[in-house]
Structure formats: structure tokens, C-alpha cells
Design a protein around this ligand. Structure first.
Ligand code: BG6
Length: 471
């Protein structure tokens, strides 16, 4: 094959908490992202105890998509989008998370948003939980530490699946599920208690989330057998720093630990190496006898993953030359250049990733996040000349094509991250922009929220129009 399939899903991705704003509109409750302050490169965002007056919470207004979605989706259509990946804010549907009945106003918002997409022939790709679980579930139940979360999540899923069964075909159960290890606040609502065994808590939460994901897949298929339900994984692409076997072994271990999530998603069983890992770290995970069956019954249809950069792995723990990346980073690769935020740019790493994943799992792959966070300048004439972003994306699309044409990898689609500028999850900044569409707003929240087309807008439109031929 020397053309991408005609039904290749070109599009872009966002998440409700980072783009919608309207944080307390229409009966919406507080989410875990609503209590995150603004940080910056190298300065962590703080998790506050509830909303504290006088503090700036960038996700509260975000990019104002909640009121501008019609205008925004029209712009996506102008670029030729075939799909649009977004998430549903759990707290618009269940403000506290433990209610039995959903909030109709929240459901209506997504009805209208999906209808707008469908009018333009844009398929919604919906992440059920993307860093926006109800804060109440944290305060009352301890977040995903607690097995009860499975039931709350399932009630939420059931509501979505029934309501949107004729509007949404593609689902993702949890955004970057493996981020629960090491960065558990956003995916799991977990802030460690004094003296808590962190690893124990993280792996316990991971188990509950994996069970919840499997149950969701099973239920979704019962409600609509045509649903395509995927897992979503932050791919920690990395290389052994040297050919010293100790470095290579450290790299094997790193991937093994991460792939555990995909082994469960795709095959429905934990790998043996995971049991050894638990044993070696004296971790005891509480499970129910029926969990094993649940995991087997709820395997995913495809793997969605995020890929931005790569790093290297070395056995020597004293090395301080850490690289940066989306929450899970290794060490710097001297052969690669970094972005302004230190994320190392590695287009070939995407081809490698596609090959690794396809060799191992042989189910369709969907690149649901990729892109360059960069500072853009809005010129006097309203133009934004982001040739650096075009260069990044072009090089990555080239590698996707090689993976498909030369390596035979099955790729369903490509949705670069933050297609409309939004709040950075890691830093809370606005100036770390990924979009084809510029949003007039700064890091303090000033700006008109007006939209402007960047040069990359026109480039991507051409890329999609030619099905990736002209890049
Ligand atoms: C991924 C997340 O980890 O990376 C997104 O799924 C996030 O929510 C994206 O925004 C980019 O990271 P950042 O920190 O630049 O926003």
C-alpha cells in the first residue's frame, strides 16, 4: 500500500478540562483540574483544598470552548477534520460523581456538541475520563484508591453509552491510564497521605482502573456492538543509553512495567513480570476473584496512545541529566534537540513506537496525541507564523507513513494534540501552545479569546485534503 487508507482518521485532540471553561456553568461540579493553580516551566502546579478565592485557576475559563464550540468546530471542518477527539467532563454529567441520576443540562451540551460535529461529517472520538474526575470523589472516597470508584465510573459510562450510542462510535476509557503510576492526581484524584506507601496506592488504583476499563468495554459492546472502544496509553518511548547490558536491562524493565497496562487492556491478563514486580516490591494488591474474568471479557478494540518525545534509560541512578516530557521522563539523549520546554523531538521515535506496539499487540493503533508545545507570536495582521510546528508535524507524519507503507503497521488515525490552543496540563500555562488555531489569551487569563488561524492551519488542511500525500 502506498496511500493511507481513505478512511484514515485525520483530526485533532483536546480535553474538556483544558479547553471548555465554564467550570461552574450548567450545574457542573468541581473536578480535580479545577483545583489546580497555574504553574510554569519548572514550577509545579499546586493542588488546593477546594477553590480558594483570589487564586488563579487556569482551567476555570480555559479557552472558552463551552460557549464557542460551534465556531470552533466550524474551523475544524474548514481544515477538513474527519474526527475530533475530546473528552466529556464527568462533573457536567455527575457533578459530585456519586449521584444516581445525571445532570440533564450537561448531557444536552454534549448532545449539541456531537450534533455539530456530525453535521460536518466529523466523528467524535470520546475520552470518558481525561484528568477531570469529580473532586467530591476525592474528598469523600479518596479517589481511585477506593474500589467504589468502579461503580461510580460505570454509572457514568452507562449514562454516556445509552445517551450517545447513535452519535459516538469511538471511545477511550481513560486518558493515559499509566500516568496513575508516578503522577496520580490528575488521572486518579490521589494526593498522598503522610507515610502512605505510594507504590502500593498507585498499583492498587491502577488495578481498579483496569477493571473499570474492562467493565466499560463489555457494557459498551452490549449497548452498541458497533462501538470501537480503546485504551489510551502514554507511550514512554525510550532507548538504552548505551550498549552496556545493564542499561539495556534497565530499559527492558522500564518498558515491561509500562506495557503491563496494555497487556491487560489487550490480552485481559497481567503479565508474569508484573507479579514478580509486585513481589519484589512487597506490594499486595487487593483483588476480587471475579476480576480475572472481568479483565478477560473487556479487552479493547484498539490502542490509542500519546507520543511527543523520547528519552534514554540508564542503569546508573546517580545520573542527574534528566530530560523533560509529559510527566514520565527519563534521561537526555545527546543526539536529539529539545523543545522550549525541554521535550526531546524525535520523529523516528514515533515510527519505532508504532512498530513496537504493533509487533507486540497486532491490533489497530491510533495516535491520539502528538505535537509541539511552543510560544507563538500573534502578528499585527492577525497571522501566526509557526513554521517550527509545521516542521515538527511534517516530520512525524512522514514517519507514520513509513510505518504504514514500509513496516505494515495498522494505523487508524492521527489527532495532534491541542488543535485549538488550550491550557497545558503539566504547567497550567496558555503560552505553551499546540494548536492550529490561536486563542487570544495569556498566562494570567487576559485576552479576548478570539480565534486566529496559524500558518499550520493551512498546512494541515492541505495535508488532510491530500490524505497525507502533500506534506
Ligand atoms: C498528555 C495529556 O500527557 O500531554 C494532555 O494527555 C496534555 O492532557 C498533553 O495536555 C501535553 O502536555 P502539556 O503538559 O504540555 O499540556
Amino acid at each position: 500500500m502506498s496511500r493511507l487508507p481513505d478512511d484514515f482518521l485525520w483530526g485533532g485532540a483536546v480535553a474538556a478540562n483544558q479547553i471548555e471553561g465554564g467550570w461552574n456553568r450548567g450545574g457542573k461540579g468541581i473536578s480535580v483540574s479545577d483545583v489546580l493553580t497555574a504553574g510554569s516551566h519548572g514550577v509545579e502546579r499546586q493542588i488546593t483544598d477546594g477553590i480558594i478565592e483570589g487564586l488563579y485557576y487556569p482551567n476555570h475559563e480555559a479557552s472558552g470552548f463551552h460557549s464557542r464550540y460551534k465556531e470552533d468546530i466550524a474551523l475544524l471542518h474548514e481544515m477538513g477534520f474527519k474526527c475530533f477527539r475530546t473528552s466529556i467532563a464527568w462533573t457536567r454529567i455527575f457533578p459530585n460523581g456519586d449521584e444516581e441520576e445525571p445532570n440533564e443540562e450537561g448531557l444536552l451540551f454534549y448532545d449539541s456538541m456531537f450534533d455539530t460535529c456530525l453535521q460536518y461529517g466529523i466523528q467524535p472520538i470520546v475520552t470518558i475520563s481525561h484528568f477531570e474526575m469529580p473532586y467530591h470523589l476525592v474528598k469523600e472516597y479518596g479517589g481511585w484508591r477506593n474500589r467504589k470508584l468502579i461503580d461510580f465510573y460505570m454509572n457514568y459510562c452507562k449514562t454516556l453509552f445509552i445517551r450517545y450510542k447513535d452519535k459516538v462510535k469511538y471511545w477511550l476509557t481513560f486518558n493515559e491510564i499509566n500516568m496513575i503510576i508516578r503522577k496520580p492526581w490528575k488521572p486518579g484524584g490521589i494526593k498522598f497521605l503522610e507515610g502512605e506507601n505510594k507504590l502500593q496506592t498507585e498499583y492498587q488504583a491502577a488495578h481498579y482502573m483496569l477493571v473499570a476499563s474492562a467493565k466499560a468495554v463489555k457494557l459498551g459492546k452490549e449497548i452498541n456492538p458497533d462501538f470501537m472502544i480503546g485504551g489510551m496509553f502514554l507511550h514512554p518511548t525510550s532507548y538504552a543509553a548505551t550498549c552496556d547490558p545493564a542499561d539495556v536491562m534497565a530499559h527492558v524493565k522500564k518498558l515491561q512495567q509500562a506495557y503491563m497496562f496494555l497487556d491487560v487492556h489487550v490480552r485481559g491478563v497481567y503479565p508474569r513480570s508484573h507479579y514478580k514486580f509486585l513481589e519484589n516490591n512487597q506490594l499486595v494488591i487487593e483483588t476480587l476473584p471475579e476480576d480475572a474474568v472481568t479483565l478477560k471479557e473487556g479487552v479493547v478494540d484498539y490502542i490509542g496512545f500519546s507520543y511527543y518525545s523520547s528519552s534514554v534509560v540508564m542503569a546508573d541512578p546517580s545520573n542527574q541529566n534528566k530530560s523533560e516530557g509529559n510527566e514520565i521522563s527519563g534521561y537526555k539523549n545527546p543526539l536529539l534537540k529539545g523543545s522550549e520546554w525541554g521535550w526531546q523531538i524525535d520523529p523516528v521515535g514515533l515510527r519505532i513506537t508504532l512498530n513496537w506496539l504493533y509487533d507486540k499487540y497486532q491490533i489497530p493503533l491510533f495516535i491520539v496525541e502528538n505535537g509541539l508545545g511552543a510560544v507563538d507570536t500573534l502578528e499585527e495582521d492577525g497571522g501566526i507564523h509557526d513554521s517550527y510546528r509545521i516542521d515538527y508535524l511534517r516530520r512525524h507524519v512522514e514517519e507514520i507513513k513509513k510505518a504504514v507503507f514500509e513496516d505494515g503497521v495498522e494505523v487508524m488515525g492521527y489527532t495532534p494534540w491541542g488543535c485549538i490552543d488550550l491550557i497545558s496540563a503539566g504547567t497550567g500555562e496558555m503560552k505553551k501552545r499546540y494548536g492550529f488555531i490561536y486563542v487570544d489569551k495569556d498566562d494570567k487569563g487576559n485576552g479576548t479569546l478570539n480565534r486566529y488561524k496559524k500558518d499550520s492551519f493551512y498546512w494541515y488542511r492541505e495535508c488532510i485534503r491530500s490524505n497525507g500525500e502533500i506534506i
